[in-house]
Design a protein around this ligand. Structure first.
Ligand code: FAD
Ligand code: DLZ
Ligand code: SF4
Length: 512
């Protein structure tokens, strides 16, 4: 009797801890497509295709290596619909001596896993997920006793720990952070190179048909599906980024442009989060490009900071603060999600562009997520639970360990400042500075009141006024709060009336 090795849909890594010490003669690897995971949020169709196709490809690759794989398909008539149900069925089929799994990416799934021992009567070994660069125990020790957790300090520790972009004890180039050099608007005449696309093969096409048949009403289209679904494709996507987009990743990291959904971004989060690509390999490839003189330091440091810093940091925060974290609502926001976020009509060009590309690609880059939809959700006081569900559903790279701290913490400030020392609130001027969206908008970014005024402007002041007391001691908001205090009462009243009318108007309607 061997062991049952359970792999989840985002654990598609040959070296994942659940497979360590695998005995091919005795052990069985279980991968199960289940309705529970396909429907706990209404996933974008591309996300469903990506995960299920990657699972099928990974299972085939394991089998080709001589591993015994028990693969349960979604349309198997006996499928119980839950991971726990499929583990129980697999135990009945294979009668293993024990179960081995890797720590999952969501608290919800961990709670299920912790029930497997009692449900099956077998020992369950839940092993650390060592595909990350920071061990969770290490993060907890780092966080202990600190009054404030800040990514920048964590990131420096991680640079030292890993030796990435270090010259002895010093950061390469003499500075830890080149953020100030990462804020250019897309310059006229700069045409971002088209990223490499991965045409759906027969396996992916079969999953596409399944998803269209079983999830016809889910958000999103499949026509433009081009995600890597195997490790080989993911490596090719990384190589394409390093060769063609990394050199200008730093300059245009915060830029947004109509008809340019990717710009110089890497498109590697889906692959890393599934386990097809290792975060260390991504960082090392970028560092090698810098050492070879093929990419400047502001680009390479910026890219490595996102992975070694932000990606690891948000995971640490998630496991440090869950399960209470998801229930926090520090700003007492309650408004339902507008229908425009599901593709409904809106006059706001920035929202329309971001939602449209989200529908077509299940992708928006960081600044679109943070400063367009995110900023809008913050200023309009959208309900954090609804906003979290949306981000978790519509992006192909979304799993709660990474989605929740970004949305709940960084965007909505619902955690009261655990993730970020100030809310990223901004008026239309920010979007105008960083994009060309305002030029094609029915609203006028220069106006704050009146029928054509950019909604972000009045919402921004209304947000500050609503929360002025809460943020009174926050140094990072001192300037705008002082402007607010000095604002003539009549002007503020006009802005607040404009915001109230907008929030009660058609742009905020929650259904078609
Ligand atoms: P690039 O811009 O090229 O960056 C390279 C890599 O850095 C990414 O692939 C990603 O792994 C990492 N990274 C960058 N920023 C972050 C960040 N803030 N947190 C964690 N990793 C980061 N990322 C997800 O992977 N899944 C999510 O569900 C997710 N939800 C988000 C929700 C909101 C509201 C916001 C503001 C950000 C979210 N992010 C999420 C972070 C970021 O937007 C995406 O990782 C990035 O857009 C993925 O595209 P890329 O691979 O082209 O990234
Ligand atoms: C996202 C996802 C989907 C859509 N489907 C499955 C599935 O059918 N089987 C599975 O094992 N995993 C799936 N996943 C990934 C899980 O939701 C993911 O492992 C957890 O959210 C933990 O990160
Ligand atoms: Fe967005 Fe306002 Fe600019 Fe329109 S004017 S694109 S609503 S920021």
């Amino acid at each position: 009797m061997g062991l049952l090795r359970v792999l989840l849909g985002d654990q598609l890594t040959p070296g994942v801890s659940a497979l360590a010490g695998l005995d091919p003669a005795a052990d069985v690897v279980l991968l199960a497509e289940v309705m529970g995971e396909c429907a706990y949020v209404p996933h974008h169709k591309q996300k469903l295709v990506l995960v299920l196709s990657a699972m099928r490809h990974f299972a085939a690759a394991l089998e080709a290596r001589g591993v015994r794989v028990d693969y349960v398909r979604l349309d198997d008539p006996a499928n119980t619909g839950t991971l726990s149900g499929e583990v129980a069925r697999a135990v009945a089929r294979h009668r293993p001596a024990g179960i081995v799994a890797t720590f999952p990416g969501e608290y919800r799934v961990l709670a299920d896993m912790r029930g497997w021992e009692e449900a099956t009567g077998l020992p369950v070994d839940i092993r650390d997920d060592d595909r990350f660069l920071a061990d969770l125990g290490w993060f907890q020790r780092w966080a202990q006793g600190r009054k404030q957790l800040r990514m920048e300090f964590f990131y420096r520790e991680m640079r030292r720990e890993t030796g990435l972009l270090m010259e002895g004890e010093a950061p390469a180039g003499g500075a830890w952070n080149y953020d100030a050099e990462n804020r250019r608007r897309l310059d006229r005449g700069v045409v971002p190179p088209a990223p490499r696309r991965f045409a759906p093969d027969a396996v992916t096409r079969e999953v596409m048909a399944l998803v269209e048949a079983r999830f016809p009403a889910n958000f999103g289209t499949l026509e433009e599906f081009a995600w890597p679904v195997t490790a080989a494709e993911a490596e090719a996507a990384l190589a394409d980024f390093i060769a063609h987009r990394l050199p200008r990743f730093g300059d245009y990291q915060d830029a947004m442009a109509s008809g340019q959904p990717v710009l110089f971004h890497a498109l590697v989060s889906t692959s890393m989060n599934l386990g097809l690509l290792s975060p260390r390999a991504c960082c090392e490839a970028a560092e090698a490009a810098w050492r070879a003189g093929a990419a400047p330091l502001n680009a390479v440091e910026g890219f490595i900071r996102q992975i070694l810093g932000w990606r690891e940091y948000v995971r640490g925060i998630y496991w440090l603060k869950m399960p209470a974290y998801a229930g926090l609502n520090a700003l007492e926001a309650t408004r339902p999600l507008p229908w425009s976020w599901w593709g409904g009509e809106t006059r706001m060009n920035c929202i329309r562009q971001t939602v449209r590309q989200t529908r077509d690609m299940a992708y928006a880059h960081h600044i679109q997520r943070l400063m367009v939809t995110g900023n809008f959700a913050l200023l309009a006081g959208l309900d954090p639970a609804a906003v979290n569900e949306w981000y978790l559903a519509v992006y192909a790279d979304a799993y709660e360990w990474v989605e929740l701290p970004n949305t709940h913490g960084m965007v909505l400030h619902a955690d009261g400042g655990v993730m970020a020392s100030k809310p990223y609130a901004a008026s239309g001027a920010y979007i105008n500075r960083m994009s060309d969206y305002c030029r094609g908008c029915a609203y006028d970014v220069k106006q704050s009141t009146g029928p054509d005024a950019c909604p972000f402007n009045a919402l921004y002041w209304d947000f500050l006024a609503r929360h002025a007391q809460r943020f009174a001691g926050n140094n990072r908001l001192a300037m705008p709060l002082q402007t607010l205090r000095k604002m003539p009462a009549e002007k503020l009243a006009g802005l607040r009336a404009q915001a109230a009318a907008f929030l009660a108007g058609p742009e905020l309607r929650p259904d078609p």
